[in-house]
Structures are given as structure tokens and as C-alpha cells.
Design a protein around this ligand. Structure first.
Ligand code: MN
Length: 251
């Protein structure tokens, strides 16, 4: 076992990114765990970029500056999570895998569309690297990730060893009891907007999507509800294959 870890460690370059920002406690845990399996470098946003999705900065230049995260080599970028991965891979070169997170907040179902954590892993996949997104309940900030840390080690070790996976979205429940491979839950959301008043009496709004239906069995939401670590394999191609085949058949 130890030999396998050492053999794996010798050759892997693992870039660590996130969307919570370089000073989020989750990124240090991700770096600590990943450093057991390879050489680690952190490149992350200077400030929080949660729910920025796969935005990239195209109308102004980006800057990369040295940062301090424990004893890791770390850099902060004045851009988005996807920008950080692009710069990280460009400046380091030969990156084998990108680990994004650990996000403070789950990224399940509908959240995958706006998650910056997942976007960093997607950017890795777009650039030919493997990408793994890690997300945990936001309460882990208080507990220091103690309850999920052994599971992060187990899951990341497995996933980094298997090179067949291109893009994975991993979510950890508060107290995991096991691991489940899952599909993305795509049940309808109500897109709810909550109106309220600010202290000056002006209208303001909170966008907070709420699932309309119970989680479907075998989905990421279902796994978390059953205290299972959810691992969802993803692809970059959004094409609706069935509809494409139908259209090609009638034209
Ligand atoms: Mn976040």
C-alpha cells in the first residue's frame, strides 16, 4: 500500500484550485490530502468567486501573485476559477490532474450549472487534464473537515489512481457511511426569487432555487440524503443525442 502511494507520488503534478478564494480553509485541506499522492501547487482566486460558473476573463489582463497557504507553493489570481486553472496549467505545465475545492457548500444537481468549483475541474478537462471537484456542507468550516477528511483521502486516492476518469463531481455528506456512483439530478427547480426590503426601504431580491420534487434514486441528491459520498462522472458534450438522431432521421 505504502509502495503504491510512493510510486504514484513520484510522477503526478496536481494543481489545486477552488472558487471560495485562496484563503478558504477548504483549499488547504485539499492540498494536504492531494500532497500524499503527488506534487501539489495551488492557484486560486484572490477573492471568493462562488456561483461564477465557467466564466473567463477576456476583456482585461490577469495577474498571478505569490500567496501563502501553509507550506504549499501557492499563487492568487485576480480572476475566476476557470482563469486560475488556465493560468495554473500554463505556468506549471504537464499538470496531470486538477483538484478543485474543497468547496464550502454542496454542488448537487442544478448547482452544477453555476458552480465555480466544478467549472475549475471542467476547465481542466477542456485543457486535456483530469478534473475532480470536491464539495462539502458549509458547516465543515466550523468543524475543520474532521469528519470527512478520511473520506476525502480515500476517494481522492482512488480517483487519482484511476486515469480513466476525465471529469468528476464529488460531494461529501456531513457524516459519510459509504460511497455511491451517481447521476446528476435534473429534476425541475422553481427558480424561486425571494423579495424583501433593504434598510433604506428599497426592494431587493434573493435568487434561491428550490427542488420541486424529491431526489430521484441513484442521483447525487439522493446519495447525500442517504449519507453517501456522491461521485458523478461527467462529460463536456451537452449534445442531446436522442434529439439529434431524431432530427437527422427526418431531414
Ligand atoms: Mn464556493
Amino acid at each position: 500500500m505504502q509502495g503504491a502511494i510512493l510510486a504514484l507520488k513520484s510522477g503526478m503534478r496536481i494543481l489545486i484550485a477552488n472558487d471560495d478564494g485562496i484563503y478558504s480553509p477548504g483549499i488547504q485541506v485539499a492540498a494536504e490530502v492531494a500532497s500524499r499522492f503527488g506534487e501539489v501547487r495551488i492557484v486560486a482566486p484572490s477573492v471568493e468567486q462562488s456561483s461564477m460558473g465557467h466564466a473567463i476573463t477576456h476583456a482585461r489582463p490577469l495577474h498571478i501573485k505569490v500567496a501563502r497557504v501553509a507550506d504549499f507553493e501557492a499563487y492568487r489570481v485576480d480572476g475566476t476559477p476557470a482563469d486560475c486553472v488556465a493560468l495554473g496549467i500554463h505556468t506549471w505545465g504537464d499538470v496531470d490532474a486538477v483538484v478543485s475545492g474543497i468547496n464550502l457548500g454542496l454542488n448537487l444537481g442544478n448547482s452544477m450549472w453555476h458552480s465555480g468549483t466544478l467549472a475549475a475541474a471542467k476547465q481542466a478537462a477542456l485543457l486535456g487534464c483530469r478534473g475532480v471537484a470536491l464539495s462539502a456542507p458549509s458547516s465543515e468550516e466550523v468543524s475543520g473537515f474532521a469528519s470527512i477528511r478520511p473520506w476525502v483521502e480515500d476517494v481522492l486516492g482512488r480517483l487519482l489512481r484511476e486515469s480513466t476518469h476525465r471529469l468528476l463531481n464529488v460531494n461529501f455528506p456531513r457524516a459519510p457511511k459509504g460511497i455511491a456512483w451517481t447521476k446528476q439530478s435534473v429534476r425541475q427547480y422553481d427558480g424561486h426569487v425571494f423579495p424583501a426590503k433593504d434598510p433604506m426601504g428599497r426592494d431587493h431580491f434573493w435568487v434561491h432555487p428550490i427542488p420541486l420534487e424529491a431526489a430521484d434514486e441513484g442521483s447525487d441528491r439522493w446519495a447525500i440524503e442517504h449519507d453517501l459520498v456522491s461521485i458523478t462522472p461527467l462529460r463536456l458534450d451537452l449534445t442531446d443525442e436522442a434529439e439529434l438522431a431524431r432530427q437527422l432521421a427526418v431531414t
